[in-house]
Design a protein. Structure first.
Length: 134
């Protein structure tokens, strides 16, 4: 089990180590490497602290993790650090998000390879039915 966890962490962190060029990861593999997986719509951006911008999602479906009907994440714009969202993140965009925390006390983060516009997802059915958010 530890070996599997380690390999999934590598799948998630590989773009951080080797750069942002990435290929689409199959839904089941991305799910294994994530702490939370959900389908959502970006509803708004808000400031949390002086330098912190958050994106608030309205969640439609959850496949993994404790996710409520709204979910906040840092609205980090990917800028060669390979953490965060591409600049295409806009209010109203429907997304499938795979995210995890680097440290259990930190916010959830995603990488550009691990969030997709719902309209671009080819294998969403591989995730199964999922559930309504709690």
């Amino acid at each position: 089990m530890t070996l599997l966890r380690g390999s999934m962490t590598i799948v998630f962190l590989a773009p951080l180590i080797f750069g942002c060029d990435c290929e689409t990861i199959h839904a089941k593999d991305a799910k294994r490497g994530a702490e939370v997986v959900f389908r959502c719509t970006a509803s708004r951006f808000q400031h949390r602290a002086a330098l912190s911008m958050m994106v608030v999602f309205n969640v439609d479906r959850v496949w993994k993790g404790k996710v409520g009907s709204t979910f906040e994440m840092p609205a980090v714009q990917e800028d060669s650090g390979c953490i965060g969202f591409l600049p295409k993140l806009q209010v109203g965009t429907e997304l499938l998000v795979y995210a995890r925390r680097i440290d259990k006390t930190e916010d959830y983060l995603t990488i550009p390879c691990n969030f997709l516009r719902v309209r671009d997802v080819k294998d969403i059915a591989a995730l199964g039915r999922g559930r309504k958010p709690k």
